[in-house]
Structures are given as C-alpha cells and as structure tokens.
Design a protein around this ligand. Sequence first.
Ligand SMILES: Nc1ncnc2c1ncn2[C@@H]1O[C@H](COP(=O)(O)OP(=O)(O)OP(=O)(O)O)[C@@H](O)[C@H]1O
Length: 292
Amino acid sequence: MRALIISNPTSGGNETMLGEVVGTIESLYDEILIRKTLAQGDAGRFAEESGAYEHLIVIGGDGTLHEVVNGLMKLPRDERPTIGLIPAGTCNDFARALALPVEPIEAARLFKMSYAQSVDVMRVNERYGLNFIGVGLIADASRQIDPLQKESLGSIGYFLATIRQFRELDPFDVRIEHGGEVVHDGPVSFLYVGNGAYLGTVPTKLPTQSFTDGLVEVVHSSAIGFPMIRQLLTQQLGLEQSSQEWVHLQMSQLTVHLSESQLIDVDGEHFEAERLDVDVLPGELSFLVPSH
Ligand SMILES: Nc1ncnc2c1ncn2[C@@H]1O[C@H](COP(=O)(O)OP(=O)(O)OP(=O)(O)O)[C@@H](O)[C@H]1O
C-alpha cells in the first residue's frame, strides 16, 4: 500500500513531530512520499496529484484540510485516496467531528486500528467544505480573530471574538430557498450551515448533526442584543436553542440570496458572495477513523 503525506510545517507540525508520525505509521505501508507545503495552494495541488496513492495523510489544521478537500474533489471519485488526518492546527474542527485524538502522535497510532468512513461534502458555489458555512456574526467573528490570539486562546478564540464583534453587528436580509420554495425571507444576525459538529473547537450541540446523513444543519437567528449574548455566554456557542427567534432546519440543498455581497466563511476561509448555492454531496470522501 502507498501513502502520500502532505505536511504543513506552519501548522505546528515541526520536523520532530513529522519524524514521529512517519515512525509510527511506516510499517503499514510499502512506500511513503512526504510533500511539505511551502505556500498557500500547495496542499490543494499536491492533493490533486494524489490519485496513485491509497492513503493521503494530511498533517495540518482545518485550513490545510480545506485545501486538500478542494484538490481531491477535482479527481474522479474512484481515484481519491482515503484521508488519514493528523491534527496539527489550532482548532482541528473536522478532526474533532471525526472523534480523532487531537494529539498528532495519538492520532497516528490509531491508523492501524482504523477503517475508512464515508463523509459528506458540502458544495458551496464552486468550492467545497466539510465543517461549516457561516454568514454574518460567524463569518465576521472568525475574520476578527488575530492569529496570535487564536494560538494563545485556542478553544475559545471564536467565542471571544464573537462577543467582541457583537456590538458592531447589524442584521442583514436573507432569503433561503429549498427545492424552489422560500423557507425564510427576512433579517437575520447570522446564518450557519453545518456538516461537521464543531465551530472553533466548540461543539455546536445540534442533536441531529451528522456528516453521513446527506443533510446539513441550517441555523439562523434574528435575535440580537442581550438575549443572544447571554445565550452565547451560557452555552459557549452551542447553537441548539429553544427560543422562537432561533430556527433550525435540515436540508440536502439550499440557495441563499443576500441583499448585497458580503463576507462568507467556509471552514475558516473567507470570500465575498451575494448568492450561495449549497448542495450536500453524500459520501464523496473517505477518512480513516478509529474502530472502537
Ligand atoms: N510553508 C508555508 N508557509 C506559510 N503558510 C503556509 C505554508 N504552507 C501552508 N500554508 C498556509 O497555511 C494555512 C493553513 O494552516 P492550518 O492548516 O494550520 O489552518 P488553520 O485554518 O489555521 O487551521 P486550524 O483552524 O485548525 O488551526 C493555509 O492558508 C496555507 O496556505
């Protein structure tokens, strides 16, 4: 069996760690090729060239994984290798969703007791994501996080930035369509569309959330002001709310129309858009996950 390792040296994966990971998994493979990313875009390009390998081992954070997913989706489905994820970022949200240990060597040790789990992929316009799509509060909050704060605060980085951002937030108009029908038309303060169950390391606490059900969770709220701050504070960004101002739906496809172009966050990567066409592509990728 052949494995390609894509390692992002800036995500906390130093040479010592890389050596330990290779030492931990090398007996499982006949051949291992290591490719280190030197700049943005490398992980995606390396992933596009990984069709000849059975396993693609990704050492990095959510940003590296996002690039890899977008690279792999350019390959025909039957040529995509199974991904072995070694979490080496700050948040590692999809590794958490897969219930992997967030300690890199621990995750590598479990490879030999793992099986390939099919995972749904979200298509958002012409890009792909695994964790979430955020508009409004969520996108603005993650944009506000400075890398030093993220590194030092880690798990609560998003949360703090959200609260800090809140005073500057205005609701925005959004129309959400599902299967040609309008399911919402009016102002919201954020829109969350999620596949993985973590947002900035915090579990979203949506009981139906699954990356194997062919559905995304769609949550939005028009609640602004103190109730929302209190909810965020007491629930640490948990999105499961009982208030009427919070809406939670599940969908396999949706179209989001915004009244003007605004910041969109997909898995921590940002771009501007006025319209989002979102589809869930069931079981498009497979990941090694530990068998229990
Ligand atoms: N050698 C390099 N030098 C500088 N930047 C790099 C290099 N290799 C990759 N990158 C960039 O690193 C970023 C990804 O880093 P990483 O995987 O840690 O993401 P992250 O979003 O910070 O993850 P997490 O949220 O899990 O901490 C990408 O923007 C990628 O282009």
